[in-house]
Ligand binder design. Structure first.
Ligand code: ACO
Length: 323
């Protein structure tokens, strides 16, 4: 028995923040951002919109298009690095707002790798035989933790959400073997220093802007390329596949140069690598489901996808699946 993705939904807020606008607020240029990241614009949610709203909009989109019965969903796994609150879980609110009345919900924070971690958890729950329908969502309101005075980070991120429905199948399609990795020595290279138990909210940390995301961009860049390339090769070998067997690569959208470098290292032509970073930037937990949503019409039944990701922690991984 396998877990297969049977429905995909997505949502991005309507407001666009383009490179021109960013170049009017920090010391950068439209050309620099496009050349170094591939990003042209990102979507930014209104102040009164929270991560739960983004997640619900993606779920609604899925349910509307695939006519899924909300009451049949047994579990909601919400990958997010930007919960509505530190406590209570955002997934509880999403279950309530989305009418998933028979589901239990939990948050999963593995930053940019959150969606792939959640997919692995959901697939294992289905393969165990204990659950049949699981909603896996990646949602982030990155604008709530981005410092729009810091040109190292504010050029990269956007807001959005994507959702997939996992169901059991005997067809042989669905999730194949995956590899997930974690290395806590990377924590300091990419984090929001304050607001958690190590540095609780205080006037001092607010003054230092420590409630915003900080990163060592070029170090993260190099680790992302090396880790995503290696884990992708490893997962292909684990599934006894060659890169020629892969029809589509769906990579985490952090930087177009990272995506291109990973594709080249795998010897996979760029036409097979799905990219929507130009329009959305890095939406963290949402990049992969938003890519599945954007490009689902290109994926034919039985085609093989390679998903790969890297993010804060460090956390990274790759999975193969038969669509
Ligand atoms: N505009 C203009 N110049 C800039 C900007 C900017 N926005 N940002 C940095 N620079 C300057 C630097 O100050 C530096 O100047 P110097 O040579 O005079 O010292 C120069 O550009 C090069 O800086 P680098 O940091 O080496 O630039 P790089 O090409 O690495 O691009 C970037 C920076 C875009 C942040 C890149 O490192 C990156 O994308 N890293 C990955 C980070 C990431 O994705 N984090 C998100 C979460 S993890 C994930 O999703 C993978």
């Amino acid at each position: 028995m396998n877990a297969v993705i049977t429905a995909v939904g997505g949502y991005v807020p309507p407001a666009i923040l383009n490179n021109k606008k960013i170049s009017e607020t920090v010391d950068t240029s439209e050309e620099w951002i496009e050349k170094r990241t591939g990003i042209l614009e990102r979507r930014i949610a209104d102040d009164n919109v929270a991560t739960s709203d983004l997640a619900c909009a993606a779920i609604d989109n899925l349910i509307k298009n695939y006519k899924v019965d909300r009451e049949e969903i047994e579990v909601l796994i919400l990958a997010t690095a930007t919960p509505d609150h530190i406590l209570a879980p955002t997934a509880s609110k999403v279950c309530e707002m989305s009418g998933l009345t028979n589901a239990f919900g939990l948050d999963l924070n593995a930053a940019c790798s959150g969606f792939l971690y959640a997919l692995e958890m959901g697939a294992n729950m289905i393969e165990s035989g204990r659950y049949e329908k699981i909603m896996v969502v990646g949602a982030d309101k990155m604008s709530s933790i981005v410092d729009y005075e810091d040109r190292n980070t504010c050029i990269l991120f956007g807001d959005g959400a994507g959702a997939v429905l996992l169901e059991k199948t005997e067809s042989g399609y669905g999730l194949m073997k995956s590899i997930l990795r974690t290395d806590g020595s990377g924590t300091a290279s990419l984090l929001v220093p304050a607001g958690g138990s190590k540095e609780p909210a205080a006037m001092q940390s607010l003054l230092h802007r420590d409630h915003y995301l900080k990163q060592d961009g070029s170090f993260v860049f190099k680790r992302a390329v090396a880790s995503m390339s290696q884990v992708s090769q490893d997962v292909l070998a684990k599934n006894k596949l060659d890169s020629d067997d892969i029809d589509w690569v769906v990579p985490h959208q952090a930087n177009l140069r990272i995506i291109n470098a990973v594709g080249e290292s795998l010897n996979i032509p760029s036409e097979k690598v799905k990219v929507n970073i130009q329009r959305y930037g890095n939406t963290t937990s949402a990049t992969i489901p938003l890519c599945l949503w954007d490009f689902k019409d290109d994926f034919n039944e039985g085609q093989k996808l390679l998903i790969t990701t890297f993010g804060a922690g460090f956390s990274w991984g790759a999975a193969c699946l038969k669509w």
